[in-house]
Ligand binder design. Sequence first.
Ligand SMILES: [Zn+2]
Length: 72
Amino acid sequence: MKPKPRGRARDISGQHFNKLTALYPTLKRQYGYVVWHCRCDCGNEKDVALNCLIQGHTGTCGCGQRRRAIRR
Ligand SMILES: [Zn+2]
């Protein structure tokens, strides 16, 4: 038996998720979700899985997070 993807791949191109704008789907999959190539408001680009975008887990490239003291 082949696992069939249910429904069509969701097209979120051009949609904004916080600071990220979905540009195009990549061929990558993460946890069964299409990984989208996104651009952040700050100009960085990042690949984010669809579910992370729509569930709001990932809304920036990482730039929007408060800086924590990072020890080097
Ligand atoms: Zn950013």
